[in-house]
Design a protein around this ligand. Structure first.
Ligand code: S3P
Length: 182
């Protein structure tokens, strides 16, 4: 059985950082959906948002997610914060494998991303207000997509990797037992 795991959560919740380390720990390739999109686009997501708008970005994101999910084998996938907005994407993610929601409150995220200029949805003043609005819209969507919620608040990345790795092992064992019973 292969580890297939995806991370969802708000921008700035630590998906890329945790994902990279969890992939290394689990011995599977790490795929960052945003990075993959930027490679395909040949420009930053922020520039693409400015030129083409969010709707076009969401179409590309959905296509990239569907493509990655079709690839066989183990992998650790980090998604963009808005990937759960479309119901089809949520279905793809749930079928893909173990989904973890990296939960962080808007106030905590704001402290982490206050100097960030790369995230288009957080630009233009008052990032806390924007983060609160995104959180109100998305927290439920992350929870309905994920099998596990990881509280990122006080723990070190190392601790979070250990917790997630344990959950992944339990998921693998549970999935194998279910398959054997079928
Ligand atoms: C977005 C989050 C970004 C990126 C894009 C849209 C969002 O990814 O996909 O800017 O809608 O929250 P991160 O969550 O990695 O910042």
């Amino acid at each position: 059985m292969q580890i297939r795991c995806a991370l969802v959560g708000m921008p700035g919740s630590g998906k890329s950082t945790l994902g990279r380390q969890l992939a290394q720990h689990s011995g599977v390739p790490f795929i960052d959906l945003d990075q993959r999109l930027e490679q395909t686009l040949g420009c930053s997501i922020r520039s693409y948002f400015e030129v083409a708008g969010e709707a076009c970005f969401r179409d590309l994101e959905a296509q990239a997610l569907a493509d990655v999910a079709q690839q066989p084998g183990g992998m650790l996938l980090s998604t963009g914060g808005g990937a759960v907005l479309r119901a089809d994407n949520r279905d793809v993610l749930r079928r893909f494998g173990s989904v973890f929601y990296l939960h962080a409150l808007p106030e905590e995220i704001c402290r982490r991303v206050q100097h960030d200029r790369t995230r288009p949805l957080l630009q233009g003043g008052n990032p806390l207000k924007r983060l609160r609005a995104l959180y109100a819209q998305r927290d439920g969507l992350y929870r309905e997509t994920a099998r596990h919620v990881i509280e990122t608040g006080r723990s070190s990345v190392r601790t979070l990797v250990g917790m997630a790795a344990l959950q992944l092992e339990q998921d693998l064992a549970a999935d194998a037992a279910q398959r054997a019973a079928e």
